[in-house]
Design a protein around this ligand. Structure first.
Ligand code: SAM
Length: 212
């Protein structure tokens, strides 16, 4: 997700820091997310973008806690604003790079993971940056509880096929696979900004769910 630089966002984010937006000292929360968010199962969305999915899921499931992880600070603004405007108290946005997940989460601390419309990094030499690359799967395996699930949606057919191969190589059983999610009965509780944009253009949406 690329946004034109908006200088006012940095100032506006000051009001969200340490509240809806967490970005400094994330290591201090390791093993303690339940203390911050209530004693609730913890779900992560990695690459949450402008936060539509996570804000909807948090509202649909007040019994759970949600963290959206997003590298781009300007993009985080739109996500934290949704949490504030909609008075959502069971979710936070982490401005951080998922490559460092092990610094912020204890082994088995996370109930489930969502990857929605992850950047495809189409060049072969960038494959290691894809969030379904095996080194990321190893991080997910550590922080997920035993038999925790990863749910993955993407419009990008090449990334989807690559990811299915990575899951197989990693030995992860596939619970569900669809190359046209919106024309199935599979539960799809919340749509992301990218999902709405691509499906409005008639693009099929790929989905799979794997168990760690
Ligand atoms: N999930 C949103 C959606 O479906 O509308 C956003 C999709 S956008 C294509 C992918 C997002 O993932 C971008 O905002 C990008 O900054 C973020 N991202 C990419 N790599 C990341 C990483 N290693 N850690 C956290 N966020 C990442």
């Amino acid at each position: 997700m690329r946004l034109r630089k908006k200088p006012w966002i940095s100032q506006a984010l000051e009001d969200y820091k340490g509240k809806e937006l967490l970005e400094d000292g994330l290591e201090a929360y390791k093993g303690k997310w339940r203390a911050l968010l209530g004693d609730k199962p913890l779900y992560l969305e990695i690459g949450c973008g402008k936060g539509q999915f996570i804000s909807q899921m948090a509202q649909l499931h007040p019994e759970n806690a949600y963290l959206g992880i997003e590298t781009q600070r300007d993009v985080c603004y739109y996500a934290v604003k949704k949490l504030r405007d909609q008075e959502i108290d069971n979710a936070r946005i982490l401005r951080a790079d998922a490559a460092h997940l092990l610094d912020w989460f204890e082994k088995g601390e996370v109930e489930g993971l969502y990857l929605n419309f992850s950047d495809p990094w189409p060049k072969a030499r960038h494959a290691k940056r894809r969030l379904t690359y095996r080194s990321f799967l190893a991080l997910y395996k550590t922080i997920l509880k035993p038999a925790g699930h990863l749910r993955f949606k993407t419009d990008n057919d090449a990334l989807f096929e690559f990811s299915l191969e990575e899951f197989k190589e990693f030995g992860l059983p596939l619970l569900t696979v669809s190359r046209d999610l919106h024309h199935t009965e599979i539960l799809n509780e919340a749509q992301t900004e990218y999902e709405q944009r691509f499906s409005a253009l008639g693009k099929n949406i790929n989905f799979c769910e794997v168990v760690f």
